[in-house]
Ligand binder design. Structure first.
Ligand SMILES: *[C@@H]1O[C@H](CO)[C@@H](O)[C@H](O)[C@H]1NC(C)=O
Ligand SMILES: *[C@@H]1O[C@H](CO)[C@@H](O)[C@H](O)[C@H]1NC(C)=O
Ligand SMILES: *[C@@H]1O[C@H](CO)[C@@H](O)[C@H](O)[C@H]1NC(C)=O
Ligand SMILES: *[C@@H]1O[C@H](CO)[C@@H](O)[C@H](O)[C@H]1NC(C)=O
Ligand SMILES: *[C@@H]1O[C@H](CO)[C@@H](O)[C@H](O)[C@H]1NC(C)=O
Ligand SMILES: *[C@@H]1O[C@H](CO)[C@@H](O)[C@H](O)[C@H]1NC(C)=O
Ligand SMILES: *[C@@H]1O[C@H](CO)[C@@H](O)[C@H](O)[C@H]1NC(C)=O
Ligand SMILES: CC(=O)N[C@H]1CO[C@H](CO)[C@@H](O)[C@@H]1O
Ligand SMILES: CC(=O)N[C@H]1CO[C@H](CO)[C@@H](O)[C@@H]1O
Length: 895
């Protein structure tokens, strides 16, 4: 064997991931091994002695402690161990009972024993990734880190364990201190929901133990010089890693590794040799030219080819010995940049194309539990709704989230959170976070270094916002920027998500945070103030997201439900937190009742909510899409919010149980790749194109009918347009002839392929909503006169014939596909048809469920096919059909 073959053989033999051992097996045993602490015993410090040294010796009696998994907050652990039941806590106002629990005001202990067999020349380290709010760490009776250093939810540190580990049983004990969002660098919820009883305290991220020889290496940072797609693309990939020689003597080191291409072939090998003096550390940089590079694209624009790099550091002794190795790390080749345009608005570019952000704000689980398959479903929903970006506001989650985003083509806009310690600036009077002192800067630095290292190589990263409502002061900005630079952060860094101010070093953010967060009518989005469709809205929406009945009954008691529709201004525990502006639905309900009529009963309330929510999200995304290349372009919109941390009544596009609803399908229509939309302000029709490559001639049909199905106006337009742009087509005629309510149907067809690309129905009132822009505040714009949709309460009933038929799946996603054929057999429109899939055994909702379209309105005589896909069996499924003026029916699936 030559050197390269020897290296390869060594590499292959050691590449396997080490499984965490138990019962006497060493947790790790070879250099290059890393293991996650596989689980913990959890106990309140109030229930045990305060002899931490004794408790952190192997053999201490912890038989009465809770058993929990490898990562989780205190509440997550107590739920996992059966002390609490989350669905019980989430029901009605049950969770309030925990507010008086004093046990959450004292530290909690996480303890685990594991076996090691250290030998001379082997080095051991403990890696944390953040413990909320801060912690003391003991190993085998010794305090190895104090809460002065181990601080913050994102404080990741590596501690030298070499002198503390012993042959046989070892013990790790973590004392996690309680969390106050205003005092600590934690993960708060501001006004999103009631706070978890423990404020997220605990070992919410993994803790790892690693073993190396004399030389250790850091994860790779990956830099590519790709900036423009071309033929036979050649790209230089630069890999950087930090090596440390922990030995007392000089060592010869060879770095050996490979990059595997998306097609499985190998690029490389990577080799690099150097010498390290005793105690020396060095950052090495290896340039790897990649021929025919496969370019990574956001989901709508192309594929997500991913490369994987892995390497080992080998030391030359008598033989070559592995001293350390990296985990396989994904990266993608793509280019992301951003700038502030001539209107002072932030705009993004991905792979040389203007990238209009159509996104939403992510809510983690209330107890910070992370379920990768759940997040995958959430991202799948986002893609299904035509969204391309998820915003994480100070909830950076775990590496798996970024790997998912890479694989799925979802862009990620990460950043720090608002309204608490993170924004404790002298010039921030809006929030009560404790002002920063001398000791806070090192904590911020550690957090930034750690998160940057975790996110750096991921092609899904669109940018990092070092502030949210407020920008960091100059000193903190310098700390953040230095840490990002150290981690070779090449993606945009943005001062904040608002325009309140900025540090000199970063300049204006170009992002507006001017509301709304509460209900505004659809024409709001076509205005020229506040959150209307121009520039970049970093968090905004009409405050909608009412769950459907099946979900409401899971978390609201009969009394709660009555209160919700009978007392329009009542405080509701499942809205925002009690001290928030959004604790009741008064603004929403006033708009709802004025426009759609007072709720007659719960069912009536819920369908009215669904119609209003659908209208609201559709208009927001349509307006932003229509204005993508306007004279002041709408460069992006982040809907506030995507999902909720617990069962909630607003600020979401699907509910906690992953059931979609009106707000979901309004978004899905508004974001269509090619679409025709109605501008409520100008009464004109817009043609929208988000595509970069679909082609052909297009035809638009515009039809307006009254509630009796009688035609008011009709038009057909042939057109063509250019990619990633939108244009006005023409005025809808007959709007002035509307008596009570009319329906407008817009259809876009590809004439060559004879295919419908978009079909979409609006309900319109002769009376527009009138906004009082001058009275706008940070969360809404009042309305002085409302549109009138009360005629919808007294529509003539329509009859709809519906059939369900299984279809052979074209995709390999393993889902069951079925087609629902709808046919209106009456001479009036069938309005707002809701399709719902339930299990025939117990009537429970199937979720997630993907409908090609839903909440559709049919013209008299019109037939429509809708496709549904889900995990399950069509013969065990019932499709429920109901609508504004259509009687409920249930269709049994058959083969
Ligand atoms: C959680 O944090 C809030 C401040 O945001 C504080 O008022 C409250 O007391 C904290 N709860 C616990 C259990 O420490
Ligand atoms: C890669 O880097 C080398 C050395 O700097 C340079 O000569 C070459 O032009 C680069 N290739 C590309 C495609 O940028
Ligand atoms: C860890 O501690 C050991 C023993 O004191 C020392 O030899 C080694 O250099 C240290 N490692 C690092 C990375 O500081
Ligand atoms: C690397 O060396 C520098 C300068 O000697 C030192 O400040 C730094 O702490 C070292 N880093 C590590 C990881 O040992
Ligand atoms: C946007 O692009 C379309 C297609 O090129 C064009 O017709 C329209 O005028 C553009 N809008 C503006 C405001 O330039
Ligand atoms: C969208 O742009 C593509 C790419 O040029 C074009 O082929 C297609 O016809 C456009 N679609 C519409 C609705 O204009
Ligand atoms: C709303 O429209 C209905 C008819 O559809 C009418 O009876 C009612 O008076 C209108 N309400 C207002 C406030 O204009
Ligand atoms: C594919 C394509 O035509 N993309 C265009 C999108 O718009 C920008 C400028 O507005 C063009 O430069 C791109 O060519
Ligand atoms: C199939 C069917 O019954 N279609 C009916 C749809 O509605 C129109 C208008 O009333 C009828 O003429 C069609 O017969």
């Amino acid at each position: 064997m030559n050197l390269s073959q020897t290296l390869r053989a060594l590499f292959v033999a050691l590449a396997g991931v080490h499984a965490a051992g138990n019962t006497g097996e060493p947790l790790i045993s070879a250099p290059g091994d890393t293991a996650i602490i596989p689980g913990w015993r959890l106990q309140s410090s109030t229930r045990v002695s305060d002899d931490m040294s004794g408790l952190s010796q192997p053999g201490a009696d912890v038989s009465s402690w809770h058993h929990v998994g490898p990562r989780g907050t205190v509440m997550a652990g107590l739920i996992e161990d059966g002390v609490y039941n989350d669905m019980e806590l989430f029901y009605s106002e049950n969770m309030k009972q925990l507010d008086s629990e004093t046990v959450f005001r004292s530290p909690w202990l996480y303890r685990q024993e594991f076996t090691l067999s250290p030998t001379d020349s082997q080095h051991f380290a403990l890696q944390t990734h953040g413990i909320t709010s801060k912690a003391d760490i003991y190993v085998n009776g010794e305090l190895i880190a104090t809460s002065d250093e181990q601080q913050g939810s994102y404080g990741g540190h590596k501690y030298n364990l070499t002198n503390y580990v012993q042959d046989g049983a070892n013990c790790l004990l973590i004392r996690a201190y309680p969390t106050n969002y205003l005092r600590d660098f934690a993960m708060g919820f501001v006004d999103w929901n009631p706070y978890p009883a423990d404020n997220g305290t605990g070992v919410w991220r993994h803790v790892e133990i690693s073993q190396t020889g004399p030389v250790s290496m850091s994860p790779f940072r990956v830099i590519t010089d790709f900036n423009k797609a071309g033929q036979n693309q050649q790209v230089n990939v630069t890999l950087k890693t930090d090596l440390v020689n922990q030995a007392q003597k000089t060592v010869q080191v060879t770095l050996y590794g490979t990059i595997s291409s998306p097609d499985g072939s190998q690029v490389g090998p990577i080799t690099h040799s150097l010498e390290l003096r005793p105690g020396e550390n060095k950052t090495i940089s290896i340039r790897v030219p990649v021929e025919n590079a496969k370019i990574w694209w956001p989901a709508r624009w192309g594929a997500q080819p991913l490369y994987t790099v892995q390497a080992s550091a080998l030391v030359h002794d008598k033989t070559m010995k592995v001293s350390d190795r990296t985990r396989p790390q994904q990266f993608g080749i793509r280019q992301v940049s951003s700038y502030v345009n001539e209107h002072n608005d932030r705009a993004f570019i991905v792979n040389d194309q203007p990238f209009q952000v159509l996104g939403a704000g992510y809510g983690p689980d209330l107890f910070m539990r992370f379920d990768e398959t759940r997040v995958e479903k959430i991202f799948q929903y986002m893609l299904d709704m035509g969204m391309n970006t998820v915003r994480l506001e100070g909830k950076q989650e775990h590496p798996e989230l970024y790997e998912l985003a890479d694989r799925m083509g979802m862009m990620v806009l990460a950043g720090w959170e608002c309204c608490d310690k993170w924004e404790g600036w002298e010039y921030n009077d809006d929030a009560a976070g404790a002002k920063w002192g001398e000791s806070d800067y090192p904590i911020a630095r550690a957090a930034m270094l750690h998160e940057a290292e975790m996110m750096q190589a991921h092609p899904s990263m669109l940018g990092f916002l070092v502030g949210s409502d407020y920008w960091p002061n100059d000193r903190a900005t310098e700390v953040y920027l230095a840490a990002l630079k150290e981690m070779d952060w090449e993606n945009p860094v943005i001062a904040s998500a608002s325009m309140r101010g900025y540090p000199e070093a970063l300049g204006p953010s170009g992002m507006k945070m001017d509301g709304p967060y509460d209900w505004v009518p659809p024409n709001y989005w076509y205005g020229d103030k506040g959150g209307a469709a121009f520039g970049f809205g970093s968090e905004l929406g009409a405050g909608v997201g009412t769950p459907e009945m099946g979900s409401l009954k899971k978390f609201m008691s009969t009394v709660d439900l009555e209160t919700m529709w009978k007392e329009p201004a009542a405080d509701l525990y499942h809205m925002s937190r009690y001290d928030s502006q959004f604790f009741d639905r008064s603004i929403y309900n006033q708009g709802l009742f004025s426009r759609y009529g007072k709720a007659l009963d719960l069912e009536d309330y819920v369908i009215k909510c669904q119609m209003a929510d659908y209208e609201a999200t559709r208009a927001q995304f349509e307006a932003y899409s229509a204005h993508q290349n306007a004279s002041r372009p709408a460069t992006g919109s982040i809907y506030w919010m995507l999902n909720s941390a617990w069962p909630n009544l607003h600020w979401q596009l699907f509910d906690y149980y992953l059931s979609p609803m009106g707000a979901y399908f309004g978004t899905k229509v508004g974001n269509r790749l090619e679409h025709v939309a109605y501008n409520y302000e100008t009464e004109r029709v817009w043609l929208i194109n988000h595509s970069l490559e679909q082609d052909g001639d297009r035809e638009i049909s515009i039809d307006l009918i009254d509630t009796n199905g009688k035609e008011i106006s009709g038009a057909k337009v042939d057109t063509s347009t250019v990619p990633n742009s939108s244009k006005e087509i023409q005025q809808v005629s007959g709007i002035n002839k509307i008596k009570d309510v009319a329906f407008l149907r817009l259809v876009l067809r590809d004439t060559k392929a004879n295919r419908e690309l978009s079909r979409n129905v609006y309900w319109l009132s002769p009376k527009p909503d009138v906004l009082n822009w001058d009275e706008s505040n940070w969360y809404y714009t009042p309305v002085t006169d409302y549109a009138n949709y009360t005629k919808l309460e007294t529509l003539s009933p329509a009859r709809v014939k519906a059939r369900v038929q299984p279809v052979k799946a074209k995709s390999k996603d393993g889902l069951t596909y079925a087609e629902v054929q709808l046919e209106n057999t009456s001479n009036v429109p069938a309005v707002f048809l809701r399709l719902n899939a339930v299990r025939s055994s117990d009537g429970t909702e199937i979720a997630p469920v993907y409908w090609s379209d839903n909440y559709v309105t049919l013209w008299p005589n019109e037939k429509l096919r809708v496709v549904v896909s889900f995990e399950g069996d069509i013969t065990q499924t019932v499709i429920q059909v109901s609508g504004r003026n259509v009687e409920k029916q249930a269709l049994k699936g058959s083969r």
